[in-house]
Design a protein around this ligand. Sequence first.
Ligand code: UT7
Length: 325
Amino acid sequence: MSKIRSVIRGVGSYLPEKVMTNDDLASFVDTSDEWIRKRTGISRRHIAAEGELTSDLGYHAAVRALGNAGIDASEVDLIIMATTTPDNTFPATATKLQSKLGLSGCAAFDIQAVCTGFIYALAQADNMLRLGQARTALVVGAEIYSRILDWEDRGTCVLFGDGAGAVVLRAEESNGAEHPRGVLSTTLGADGAYYDMLYVDGGPATTGTAGYVRMQGQDVFRQAVHRMSETVTKVLADQGLGLDDLDWLIPHQANLRIIEQVGRKLGIDRDRVVVTLQEHANTSAATIPLALTHGVERQLFKPGDVLGMTAMGGGFSWGAALIRW
Ligand code: UT7
């Protein structure tokens, strides 16, 4: 029986030019390269230039993803942008991206699920494509965390960076293939009881300011390990698959120790886990498409491989997606 699948046709990412190393950070906040590397695995992060916007980062990633797909921007009929750092409170940054791409008319909206944003956006795009509401979707994760960091709080400012990643998803008939390519399964969850464990202390309805990131690191750490491993197990089970069927893990990049613990719980070899956070730190909704692009550029994935993506973030929110490459 023929069935519609959402297939990743292209990927792209973008990191701003300016690099801030751990030593750069240690020159103005009480930290050290040794502490940051040992506790997080991060070596450097990229920082957006003055005047550079989240929509600019998203635009560069989107253009690269379209180029990688060999698909013209005019074919895009859905844009979903996952971001916690929009250009403005409204309209959606996705609409700014739309006009920068020279498009008009198609649906364009933002999703706010913090570090889980890309998984949420991918799940929505997949649902809309399979329902026939669009044929070619651009799903972008783009963030400028450097503008919502308290640069005097060493507990948070060393952890984040700026960046963007994008995928082009296309609705394709599986034509009865035994193992069709594309998004196989997604799962999403959230629990607002944890709202205050990872949040920004500002907003239009509270302080009227953008605010700064606040976090209870150890609680976030524990939940991240639990939720990320649980959701991958779930999307596999939804397809009647087990942990042995997972070829690649593409986890949210927040802390190498979290990634290693998730990998151990899932029993996946270290060299089957895509890790890029040393290069760009935690870029929230952008980490998964950044890691995915890294893997594609190095030709890590072969056709038929099963990829598990998973994230956990503020809210708390969590989710996973299972994809056959
Ligand atoms: O995407 C979701 C978003 N966030 C995350 O996933 C982050 C989750 N949490 C974490 O990654 C870790 O909890 C952190 C990296 C934030 C902290 O690592 P930790 O091993 O849990 O350290 P800690 O908070 O227990 O702090 C240990 C020590 C403390 O000093 P004392 O009390 O032992 O003297 C901190 O004050 O390290 C100190 N410390 C630092 N020292 C140097 C905390 N931050 C720093 C720093 N540089 N940047």
